[in-house]
Ligand binder design. Structure first.
Ligand code: G3I
Length: 331
């Protein structure tokens, strides 16, 4: 049978999912690996390239798990998305010793970005340079609490992060990545705020090349594919690509075991719409799903949601898989 990967390749497109070394005791489960590498041409490390994983002690770097993934990707011709350099979450504990010390924090972040991006220079096609720096409020603004970077440095940490990443690997695509920006471009919305910042970055020659919309949604979020289309068009005017970086379309956990064919069909329909938008918008670069099978997903572990992916717990393709294939065949 044809695979997503084959159809993506014919169309020159990048479609992928994450891997997490912990699910497999640091080895990739054979069944997972087989599906992943035959169906996809992109891989993202779920946790292994984050700050706490790569710099657990100050200026002592650990690239072992990330290296394994890069090796797997190279052996199988997969593109690697790097995730994530400057984020308020999963920062190593030692960084908090420097809370509020602007110059020290700038030096810490610069060293981190320079060494991590430098280590994988030429091997990681694209980095999430800054992740989730905008708050959740309706009147969107920078996330000003619980962020050691913003509280200590101010918004200039974002600008600098892009500059340092670009210096460390001038060929890498550099993204701003966030959630809830698939909710649409309205006054005061997170998406609009991000577009305004992209404008400012471009005007100031900050080397941003892409935005990532995470897109962790639910079956009821029917307008989100068209919101993503509008965002792709708005960013095209600024010369910045849009990627779908963490798609999952979950059901509430209470519905587990009670889901009907119609529910799975509805999920498939939404997946199809996202894939249609991705294939129709020339300004979209990558399409990444935040997991491969419902047997391993942050939705169950942390979100009170379930079954948001293309493969079920037995590793069988779901109607959503067929919908994605149908979209590819139609484009
Ligand atoms: O590494 C420890 C391990 O040593 C320990 O035994 C284990 C026991 O709880 O925890 C392990 O750390 C966990 C880590 O995943 C690795 O499995 C953390 O507790 C857990 O919080 C962490 O969760 C990750 C989460 O980001 C953290 O914010 C999820 O796997 C990951 O899917 C999720 O991914 C994020 C993206 O990076 C950004 N966008 C949202 C997305 C979903 O939250």
């Amino acid at each position: 049978d044809e695979t997503i990967r084959e159809l993506a390749k014919e169309r020159g497109r990048f479609i992928g999912t994450i891997l997490n070394s912990e699910w497999f005791n640091d080895a990739i489960e054979p069944e997972f690996e087989e599906i992943h590498k035959t169906q996809f041409n992109v891989v993202v490390a779920e946790n292994e390239m984050k700050f706490d994983a790569t710099e657990p002690k100050e200026d002592e770097f650990n690239f072992e798990k990330g290296d394994k993934m890069v090796k797997y990707a190279q052996a199988n011709g997969l593109r690697v998305r790097g995730h994530a350099l400057a984020w308020h979450s999963q920062v190593a504990n030692w960084v908090n010793d420097y809370k509020g010390q602007k110059e020290k924090l700038l030096a810490v972040l610069k060293n981190h970005i320079t060494k991590v991006v430098g280590h994988w220079k030429g091997k990681i096609a694209e980095w999430d340079v800054v992740n989730e720096a905008v708050n959740d409020d309706y009147n969107a603004d920078w996330r000003s609490t619980n962020s050691v970077w913003y509280e200590g440095i101010g918004a200039e940490f974002l600008d600098s992060a892009f500059v340092w990443a670009h210096e460390a690997d001038p060929d890498a695509e550099l993204c701003y990545n966030d959630y809830s920006i698939e909710w649409g471009l309205r006054e005061g919305s997170k998406a609009s705020f991000v577009v305004e910042q992209v404008k400012r970055w471009k005007a100031n020659n900050i080397p941003i090349t892409c935005v990532g919309t995470q897109t962790h949604i639910e079956i009821a979020h029917e307008t989100t594919p068209q919101n993503v289309r509008a965002l792709a068009k708005a960013l095209a005017e600024l010369g910045v690509t849009l990627n779908i970086t963490e798609l999952d379309i979950g059901f509430s956990k209470g519905s587990a075991g009670k889901l009907t064919e119609a529910d799975y069909a509805k999920q498939g329909h939404l997946y199809r719409q996202f894939m249609d938008v991705f294939l129709e918008e020339p300004n979209m670069g990558e399409f990444v799903i935040w997991g491969l099978t419902d047997a391993h997903s942050w939705l169950d572990e942390q979100q009170g949601k379930t079954e948001g992916l293309l493969y079920d717990k037995q590793y069988n393709p779901k109607p959503a898989y067929d919908s994605v294939m149908a979209s590819l065949k139609a484009h």
